[in-house]
Design a protein around this ligand. Structure first.
Ligand code: PHE
Length: 332
């Protein structure tokens, strides 16, 4: 009886004290439970005298425990009210709730693809080099055997700047093949380089085109180079990049700066996809950079970075790479 009453009193007191929202409510609760004259604790203390002598020591201890607990609860409530926090203690910070997750950023999927390509080609001995995005007509066209009247200029001719070098206006490069020329002009064979970067073309944006995109350019100039080396390098690259068995197919094509020229298709997971162009460096190009075409041979290739990234990750619209929608970007 005594014990049950004491427990109920203690529960009532703790609830009332922790729910007190201001000094007045707290004082009312104090008087009700801890009041010296007619508080409920005082009343129950009086009933201690009615216990059997054998129960008195235990009863006294239980009473003291309850009194101490209620006093501690009162002091805590007093501190809370004094600190100005309203509302019961249960509205304070709940340390058992999970914390807000940190959102870590990461590199853009195109940047990741570029680094991966550089890393794979690096293992095959290809050094990564950069070239300018603002080019002159010599590097974008003429040295690549695309003279002014050549029809191959048509799909590439655009984005001229109001800045000229001599009498030639500069333009945004339309292919990374410009870097082949820049490297060969400054170095002697043997050469193995890759260059990855942006190119610009007058293309209407759709699922597979965009007026700005990225290319991987590869160039190897070494004695005795053949198309078989080109195919092997592309196949090794493709199986490292895509993982597993990749088939590479060449279809006859035309580029002014390679002879013979091919379109490069890759088969992976049962589907053939066109990845870019390639061929043996044209003797006219070797001459333009001051090499002797009778003693030097090489191959070159150019692949679309968006295409290989889309293929690897199952993206079916390359415009998603530029929309900056974090729901898309977060997946990489
Ligand atoms: N520059 C070509 C293009 O953009 C691709 C290419 C690169 C073809 C190197 C042959 C050799 O279409």
């Amino acid at each position: 009886m005594f014990r049950a009453e004491l427990d109920r009193l203690r529960a009532d007191a703790e609830l009332a004290l922790s729910a007190a929202i201001d000094a007045a409510a707290l004082e009312a609760a104090r008087i009700e439970f801890l009041g010296a004259k007619s508080g409920r604790l005082k009343a129950i203390q009086k009933s201690l005298g009615g216990l059997a002598p054998a129960d008195k020591p235990a009863g006294g201890k239980q009473f003291n425990d309850a009194k101490n607990a209620i006093t501690a609860c009162f002091e805590a409530a007093q501190a809370r009210v004094a600190a100005g926090s309203s509302g019961p203690a249960v509205s304070a910070i709940d340390v058992t709730l999970p914390a807000d997750p940190f959102r870590l950023g990461h590199l853009h999927p195109i940047t990741k693809t570029i680094r991966r390509v550089q890393e794979i080609m690096g293992r095959l001995g290809f050094e990564s080099v950069d070239g300018p995005e603002v080019e002159d007509q010599w590097h974008n066209f003429e040295a690549l055997a695309i003279p002014a009247e050549h029809p191959a200029r048509d799909p590439l001719d655009n984005f001229y700047l109001a800045v000229a070098r001599g009498s030639d206006p500069l333009l945004l490069r339309s292919q990374t093949s410009t870097v082949q020329i820049r490297v060969m002009e400054n170095r002697e064979p043997p050469l193995r380089i890759v260059s990855l970067g942006r190119v610009y073309r007058p293309d209407t944006a759709d699922a597979t085109h965009y007026p700005m995109f990225h290319q991987v350019e590869g160039l190897l100039v070494e004695p005795g180079t053949t198309m078989a080396h080109l195919k092997s390098v592309l196949r090794m690259f493709a199986s490292s990049f895509l993982g597993g068995d990749v088939k590479v197919r060449f279809r006859p094509s035309f580029f002014p700066f390679t002879e013979p020229s091919v379109e490069v298709d890759m088969e992976w997971g049962g589907r053939w996809v066109e990845m870019g162009g390639a061929g043996m460096v044209d003797p006219a190009v070797l001459e333009a950079v001051g090499y002797d075409p009778d003693t030097v041979t090489g191959f070159a290739f150019g692949l679309g970075v968006e295409r290989i990234a889309a293929r690897r990750h199952g993206v079916d619209d390359i415009r998603d790479f530029y929309r900056n929608d974090v729901r898309f970007l977060r997946q990489f």
